[in-house]
Structure formats: C-alpha cells, structure tokens
Design a binder for this molecule. Structure first.
Ligand SMILES: *Cc1c(COP(=O)(O)O)cnc(C)c1O
Length: 385
C-alpha cells in the first residue's frame, strides 16, 4: 500500500519528477545499506550494466566472459559497445559460472568476467573466479540482479568484484517495476560510474507515468485484499499501460533509442521505500527456502547448494526436474501447490538461442524450474516467466 501512496502522490505532482536530490538520496541509502562506497541509479539493471562497462573502460574488440545461461539483455549491453561475449558453462549446484570453463575460454583479448549469482544464491566458484581474475589481470563485473542482499563472509555480494549491478525490476528481490543500480568501491571506477550517470537523461514523462501506473496495476492484481475483483478493474483502467521488460528491439539485439537512462525521482522514492522492507522480505524468502529444502528431501529432489560462508536471499528456489516436467509444469499446482517458474527458458532468456560449448547450461534450460519464495505479498509472481 505504501508504494501505491507514493505512486499516486507522484502522479499528481509532476513538478517533483526532476528532483535529482531524491535520486541522490536513494543512491546514498543503497550504498550504505549494501556496504559499498558508491552507487549510481538507472532505469534498469541492464542500463546499470552499461554504466559498469563504461566505468571499466571496456572497448570495441575486447572480449568478456559471460555465462551461457543468462538474460539476453546482458550480452546485449556488451554487444552495443562492440564487445564480444564469449560464453562459459555453468555448474549445476548454484547455476553460477564454472571457474574451470572460464579459464579455458580466456584469450589474449579477454578483459573482464561477468560473474552471476542466480536465484539469490551466492555462486559456487565465487572465490575461485575472483582469484583467477586477479591472476590473469581481468576485471570482474558482478551481476547481482537476483541477489540483492545476499552475503558472503557477512558482506553483500557485489562488493568483491570491481563493479556490480542490481535490478529492482518487478520480478527481482526488490521492486520499483523497473530499475537498476551500479556500485563500486574503487575511487576511479566510482568516478566513471558517476560520469555516465551525470550524462544520462532521465526517462520521458510518458514513461515515468506509465511506470507509476504499473505500481497500481500490480497492487490491485497481486496484493489487494479483493484482488479477485479489483484485479479486473485495474486491468481495464491500467492494463494497456503494462510495461514489458524486454522489447522486440532488445530481443533482436538492437539498442533501444532511449537506452542508458538515469533513474527518475519518483522511481527513486519507490526504491527508498523498498529498501526499508528488503531485509524483511529476504528473511521471509529464507524461511520459505527452508520449507522447500524439506519438500525436496521428502521427494528426493536435488536441492541447490548454499556455499560455505554465504547467506543467500532465495529470490526463487531452483530445482532440477525431468524435462517433461519443465515443458508442462501443471503438476506443481497439485504438489507442491504453486505456480512453478521456468526461467531461464533458453540460454539467452527469453530468446530461443543455443550457445555451443555449455552442456550444463543446456541441461538447466531443459530441467531447471524454480519455486516461489514469496507469495502475493511483494512482487507479482510472474518472475519473468
Ligand atoms: C533481470 C536480469 C538482468 C537485467 O535486469 P533488468 O533490470 O531487467 O534490466 C540481468 N541479469 C540477470 C541474471 C537478470 O535476471
């Protein structure tokens, strides 16, 4: 409800939309909460990744190692700059990049590794990859889109590499409908992130308005006490303003004209409000994950690995099932009685694309489903599916 109040208030007061001090407050608050020196906020995780690429000084012709099990918008951010994504395989314990395969894929042109923490788990080869990067003098970008608040040795993930980004898209750990933020603890990278952010435009009034209406749409469809009724009204009122997370252009690898936007003030207000609740939601998710672990034990289903010294945030609970159970997940409605998520539906979700040389990633596409860890209390459960 608090998010709805913020959205409604902002919709009535357009004069506040250019108030950059709110965005700065959000950036400072996120950085402090995350234990980072600096944060710069954008309109999506992918645009925050583009800021990371700029901040590291990666250039056309460079190569970066990217897990062959990710969202297409991740390789797109590199592609827009003429940087080649070389795909590495993942492991099937935490669905993170496999350190050994990364090492095999390093060439003379490799400049960086994209390290990914999926489903809110801290990736299995975290330390190995950081060590490998140090040895080979490569930069590390941490994709924490699923893992905002996950900890390793008591420190939030994203603080171990050179630069990191987080997403507050509606299917992620915290929700501003769309949004992203990049962090760094390095003085020189921090300055570059800030440079990128200061040169970026804020989104158009029409887009801000649309995004605020999506807060209302979600609330009435997913959270309202009478959502069975209100959901239909909201659909009629706001349904045609529904935002899509990835446009047709992006699916085809084309950079949208508006791409590279800094965060707008009303969205930062939502972000500030969400930061006040994120620890509570993550604790609820951890409790749900405990129940999923028992469910797995009772049915002999393989559980994801929680690596030593880590505290995950369990955005979703990934399990491997026979391929026919991923093709049709209706069984999950009976036992365990939930709608199963299916991301990633392809190696470069959501586009149909097979990346060669990543057998585990292919297996995960066929067999990895994910179970919800938070009900209709926060984000909608669509989770990109
Ligand atoms: C969602 C996601 C992103 C991109 O975040 P957006 O805010 O949607 O741009 C990047 N990486 C992964 C693994 C994601 O799931």
């Amino acid at each position: 409800m608090d998010d709805v109040v913020i959205a409604r208030t902002a919709l009535k007061d357009w004069s506040s939309w250019d108030d950059d001090s709110v965005v700065q407050e959000y950036e400072r608050t996120f950085a402090r909460w995350n234990g980072s020196v600096h944060a710069s906020a954008f309109m999506s995780g992918r645009e925050a990744l583009s800021a990371c690429i700029y901040a590291l000084g990666l250039k056309s012709g460079d190569e970066v190692i990217v897990p062959g099990y990710t969202c297409v918008v991740v390789p797109n951010a590199f592609h827009y700059e003429g940087i080649r994504s070389v795909y590495c395989d993942i492991e099937l314990e935490t669905f993170g990049p496999d350190a050994q395969d990364i090492e095999r894929k390093i060439t003379g042109k490799t400049r960086a590794i994209l390290l990914q923490h999926l489903y809110g788990l801290v990736c299995r080869d975290y330390l190995k990859i950081l060590e490998l990067a140090r040895k080979k003098n490569l930069r590390v970008i941490e994709d924490c889109a699923h893992a905002t608040g996950a900890k390793f040795d008591g420190i939030n993930v994203g603080n171990f590499g050179d630069v990191a980004f987080y997403s507050s898209e509606q299917s992620k750990v915290f929700n501003t409908i769309q949004g992203g933020i990049a962090v760094s603890n390095s003085e020189s990278i921090k300055e570059k992130l800030q440079e990128f952010r200061d040169e970026a435009k804020r989104p158009s009034d029409a887009l801000i308005e649309k995004q605020l209406y999506n807060v209302l749409l979600n609330y009435y469809k997913c959270k309202h006490r009478h959502r069975w009724l209100m959901g239909d009204f909201a659909e009629l009122l706001y349904g045609r303003r529904r935002l899509v997370s990835t446009t047709k252009d992006e699916e085809q690898g084309r950079r949208p004209a508006y791409y590279g936007r800094k965060m707008a003030a009303p969205i930062a207000k939502l972000g500030l409000n969400q930061l006040g609740k994120i620890d509570m939601y993550n604790e609820k998710r951890r409790q749900a994950a405990k129940r999923w672990a028992l469910w797995c034990d009772e049915r002999n289903v393989k559980k994801p690995t929680i690596i030593d010294r880590s505290i995950p945030v369990h955005l979703r609970y990934p399990v491997m099932v026979p391929p026919e159970k991923k093709t049709n997940t209706s069984w999950a409605l009976r036992d365990p009685g939930v709608t199963a998520g299916v991301w990633f539906v392809s190696q470069l979700h959501p586009i149909e694309r097979t990346v060669k040389g990543c057998p585990n990633a292919e297996t995960a596409v066929k067999q990895c489903i994910n179970l919800p860890c938070l009900g209709a209390t926060n984000a909608p459960n669509n989770a990109g599916a």
